[in-house]
Design a protein around this ligand. Sequence first.
Ligand code: OAD
Length: 234
Amino acid sequence: MLTFSPTDRIFILTGAGVSAESGIPTFRGVGGLWRNYRIEDVASPEAWHRDPQLVWEFYSMRRRVASEAKSNPAHFALAKLEDALQDRLFLCTQNVANLHEQAGSRNVVHMHGDLFKSRCDTCSRPPFDDMNLYEPPAEIPQCECGGRIRPHICWFGEVPFELDRIYRALDECTIFMAVGTSGVIQPAASFVAQVADHARTIYVGPQKPANASSFTECYMGKAGEVLPDLFSSF
Ligand code: OAD
């Protein structure tokens, strides 16, 4: 069980592992999405340029899977922690589904975007809610400006969202916890090294991440089993 002081500020970074127990596949490892798809075919600006239909097939499949998924005890434990800590908790996720929100989390920073939003690839029309599936024979949806509607996702080679807010919160945190992330994708993988001089650093997951040596504490286990225990005092 973890205890925090009243002045602690907690930064939590979640990855695909936090939703594994909800039935959403992770990216790497057994059954991971990148075992069946090549990143360069479905998750890059070049892929979009080359074959937008294939890109939409991939994100439509993910929309379908995510829309059927339910939050698990890890998401609920984090929502309860936010109730207790309010703005002393900064929840940053690399995940694009909405299972944190479904569990009751109110302030979630989606650094890799939002699976249920789309935007125009040409004009500055703001991203909008979109649950549609664009699978063949559906056409690629078009914006009024003539541009094509793309998923509101940070692809490889693009800059993640909200980095200014994220770096401010990293500077201010006294405890940094990463949950269910393999520690290989930048910039998220280097957050832990950035806080090492001023924060306690904790990892939660069944396997050691690639950046395990940067953490001072590791709790090995499934997020849905470990987090409710770690936060049981809140
Ligand atoms: P990965 O698939 O790379 O890693 C998932 C991690 O979750 C692994 O370290 C697993 O050990 C762990 N894990 C599996 N089951 C778990 C469980 N029940 N509880 C806790 N942990 C568990 O996913 P991410 O690190 O999130 O980016 O991937 C980072 C980014 O790479 C993603 O956001 C995505 C991907 O390519 C983009 O698409 C831009």
